[in-house]
Structures are given as structure tokens and as C-alpha cells.
Design a protein around this ligand. Sequence first.
Ligand SMILES: Cc1ncc(C[n+]2csc(CCOP(=O)(O)OP(=O)(O)O)c2C)c(N)n1
Ligand SMILES: [Mg+2]
Length: 347
Amino acid sequence: MAGGTNERRMKSAPKLRTPLPDGLTKQALRDMYYAMVMTRLCDDRAFALNRQGKIPFAATCQGHEAVQVGAAYALKRGTDWLVPYYRDTAMAVAFGVTAKEQLMCLFARKGDIFSSGRQFPNHYSVPDRNIASISSIIAAHVTHAVGMALAFKMRKEPRVTLVSFGEGSTSEGEWHEALNFAGIHKVPCVFLCENNEYAISVPQQLQMAVRNVADRAAGYGIPGVLCDGTDVMATYVTVREAVERARRGEGPTLVEAKCYRAMSHTSDDNQLTYRTNDEIEALKGRDPIPKFEAWLKERGVLDDDAMASLRAKAQAEVDEATDWAEEQAPPTEDDLYTHVYAQGPLA
Ligand SMILES: Cc1ncc(C[n+]2csc(CCOP(=O)(O)OP(=O)(O)O)c2C)c(N)n1
Ligand SMILES: [Mg+2]
């Protein structure tokens, strides 16, 4: 409930030998694992291509895969909407974005479905998969998400909007305006904070004087809950509760998933200027992928061979997508105004 959040309330994954978490089949668990692994490989590929001088820019989501996939699976695909931010590669993959689509965007090719090669990488816009377009202006999209949720409520459609953002974005004015409005009007929106402890180079204690972003929910009369964002099942269970609450008409929830950023903010940043090697090394112990692997194995969902074959499949998908996307044509001068004006300004 609102206010008074503390570490003791952090949720952990359901205990072993209990039934599978509500709403998840074994196939869904395999798909979640595949989405996490494929995203990690795409991420590694993006940074390698950047260092080879083949793509201009990459933004990582390493350390965020569990929170993103867990949250995406808590929603109803084809009904609910995602309003993600630039770090949400795994969330987009879990909502149906393919390696080819991801690589076409990274190479900024004309056939890129998000923006015809016109936007920053990871600035998704996939209306046919219920993924809204991304705002680079941090927290601006939180107001868009609340507007979308208000429309669902006014039209009496049983849909929920999930909007994600980093902890740094919660210091922006628009974030507070959005939560205030959402609380008053009880819109069906889940606010998901992916707290990776940094806003570029600024650590959390220099971004806010509260210990948890979830504590901020009390100011808007909505529940604020914490979960371990490196644990895909913990995130799934927590976000699902928030989604169900929203769908019942009880209003929004702020979920704070504690995760971490394994790499520099983007390919343009060098985290060694503000983080020690020891700090970066210690993060490896929090990796969400081995954590999920251990859970899947103990549950008998996937054994070592099955996981190895899914990893090989994901690697082949990313390799093929890279070669294919690199060969595709870039935008031309004729594309200059595509997706910018309904009619070109020179028409
Ligand atoms: C309004 C605005 N101010 C500043 C920036 C520059 N900027 C881009 S990302 C970022 C940090 C955001 O940190 P956080 O919200 O914690 O997300 P993270 O990148 O850590 O996932 C900043 C300050 C921006 N894009 N928009
Ligand atoms: Mg952050």
C-alpha cells in the first residue's frame, strides 16, 4: 500500500515445488528465457558493431533483462499497451520485436520499421504489437501513457498501459504531474521504474533524498511496491498484481524493480570515469540470466542441453539478422521527411 516501503517488502521468486506462477505455461517460461538470451546477444552485437565503426550508437539493457521480460509477460499481448523507454530492448523483444527488426534499426536502414532509419536505436514504434513510440525526452512519455490509460477508461476498454522509465526520470516534473493525475483519476496504468542506480554518471543518492522510488507513490495516493528486478519471476508476479489491480478499475500502481546497469550508459559513455573496476566486477554476481537458468533447471522446465540449444538458436538468429540487415539499403534523400510530416514541407 502507499508509503512506508522498505527492503523487507522486497518480493522474491515463488518457492520451488510450488505450482508455476499464475498465468505461465512451460512454453511461456522457455520463451521468456529465449527473449532474455536473444536480447543479451543483440546487445553484445550492437556494441561490437559500434566499436567496428559500423553503427553510430548503441544503448545497453544488460542487467535489465529480467525486469523487462517479467513485466512484458504480466501483460496481455494484443490487448495491453507498452510505453517503454530507450533501454527496453528485452521488453520489446518479449512483445514480438525480432532480431532482424532490431538490427535494421541499429544499422539505420530504410526498411527499419520503427522510423525508416531516422531515429536513435531502440526508439521503438510498433503499433501492430501495441508498442507506443519512444520519447528521448526522459519522463515525457509518462504523461503520454497516462493519457492513453485515461482513454481506455473513458471508452470502457479493459486494457492496461505499462510505462517504464529509469529512477533518474522520476526527478522530472512531468513524472510527478503524470502520477498525480493518474492517482486522482484512477487510470489503468502501471508505472514501472527500472532502478539501475545511475542516471548516466549520477548515482541515486545524488538524484533524490528518498531511499526508494516506490516511496514517492505515497504523495499521489497510490501503492508503491518493490521487487528484485534481477529476478524475472519476482518481477512477473509483482507486475501482474499491479496489472490485475488496474484492470479491476482500482487504479495505478508504482512498481520499483531494483536492477543494475552492467555497461556504460551508452556506447558514447565511459563508465570508468565515475565507477570503479571493483564495482563493475561485483555486478556480475547479480546477472539475471544465470539466476533464471538455475530456477528453470530446478523446476525441471529446461535442462542444460535444452538451454544450450536455445542459446545456439538465438545466436544463429542474431548472426543471420546482422548479415541480412547490413546488406539492406540505407534511406535516401527522398526519405528525408518520411514520418516527419503528413505531406512534405516542400510539397
Ligand atoms: C529532459 C531530459 N533531460 C536530460 C536528458 C539526457 N539524459 C538522457 S538519459 C539520462 C539519464 C536517465 O537516467 P534514468 O532515468 O535513471 O534511466 P537509465 O538511463 O539509467 O536507464 C539523461 C539525463 C534527456 N534525454 N531528457
Ligand atoms: Mg538509472
